[in-house]
Design a protein around this ligand. Structure first.
Ligand SMILES: O=C(O)c1cccc(C(=O)CC[C@H]2O[C@@H](n3cnc4c(=O)[nH]cnc43)[C@H](O)[C@@H]2O)c1
Length: 218
């Protein structure tokens, strides 16, 4: 059996019957899933902190969660595998033009590029899942101006608040990882009524269950 850790940002992204309120790190064994779960808290910083402390004890890390889609070709409820990701809002607003921090400051010797993180692990567990390009932001995009700016700067299909952080930690530690996200909303001017979180979480966990079972056969 592989030691597998599923890291999610919040309770909301856990299937209701698998939730343990007040507990942010536990085994899913009793629910028939041979993996542990870690709830990191939303955003890149809590994710880097929580995952860096936990990752050493695991063979494989899976980031699960919901995401916004930039395209109606990726409808609500669809589950995708993020192949590459970027810290998309790390930079400078140069009089209305976004300039990424990687293009402004010289990188440290051992730094990973924050604007282009690629998953090198080639296991494709479930060919139904579409591989996509993601971006990670610290504020969910919810106005026309911001969405237009993000679309001009990045050619991405999904937006999250944590996936680049998982890429960063796992690449740094050399841990195999997968980033599975279910589309809960379109990236559009904020309208919470349009979000389909329950559908996304249900579909996400169907795929997580399949992925964990598959990885445990390897
Ligand atoms: O406003 C609310 O009531 C509300 C309820 C549940 C969740 C939220 C979020 O804002 C979720 C952020 C969370 O989910 C990921 N996520 C989902 N959609 C997006 C998006 O369009 N852009 C960025 N991140 C998104 C994200 O990874 C966060 O962890 C609000």
């Amino acid at each position: 059996m592989k030691k597998i850790l599923i890291v999610v940002a919040s309770q909301v992204e856990i299937l209701p019957q698998y939730r343990q309120p007040g507990n942010d790190f536990y085994s899913l064994q009793q629910y028939g899933i041979h993996a542990d779960i870690l709830i990191s808290g939303p955003g890149a910083v809590p994710t880097v902190f929580a995952l860096s402390r936990a990752a050493d004890a695991y063979d494989i890390i899976i980031n699960g969660g919901i995401a916004g889609s930039f395209t109606e070709q990726l409808p609500l409820g669809n589950v995708v595998l993020i192949d590459s990701d970027s810290f998309a809002d790390y930079g400078v607003d140069d009089n209305g033009t976004f300039r990424h921090i990687d293009n402004i400051l010289p990188p440290l010797q051992k730094a990973l590029p924050l604007r282009e993180l690629v998953n090198p692990y080639t296991i494709k567990p479930n060919t139904k899942l579409l591989g996509v390009r993601g971006i990670t932001v610290s504020t969910v995009s919810g106005s026309n101006e911001r969405i237009a700016m993000i679309k001009r700067s990045w050619d991405a299909q999904v937006e999250t608040m944590e996936s680049a952080a998982v890429f960063y930690v796992c690449l740094k530690l050399g841990k195999p990882f997968f980033c599975l996200r279910a589309v809960s909303n379109y990236v559009e001017p904020r309208n919470r009524k349009n979000w389909k979180i329950d559908l996304a979480v249900q579909n996400l966990w169907n795929e997580l269950d399949l992925l964990v079972s598959y990885l445990n056969t390897l």
